[in-house]
Write a protein that binds this ligand. Structure first.
Ligand SMILES: [Zn+2]
Length: 62
């Protein structure tokens, strides 16, 4: 909805806040640290998670 150049704005892949692409072994969805899962920062869509409140993070203390 932000009108960026990304042809695939469906949602869960390639967000700036992702540690790795979705589906990467050893990673999983986590609460976005930038917006605390709200999807908003200072009244605007969070850029790190693209407003989803979720980012893909390494899990298991990697
Ligand atoms: Zn966020």
């Amino acid at each position: 909805m932000t009108g960026t150049s990304s042809p695939n704005s469906a949602g869960t892949s390639g967000k700036p806040g992702d540690d790795a692409p979705v589906g990467t072994e050893g990673t999983g969805d986590d609460i976005c640290p930038e917006c605390q899962g709200t999807g908003r920062v200072e009244g605007r869509a969070c850029e790190a998670c693209r407003g989803t409140g979720i980012v893909n993070k390494g899990i298991g203390g990697a």
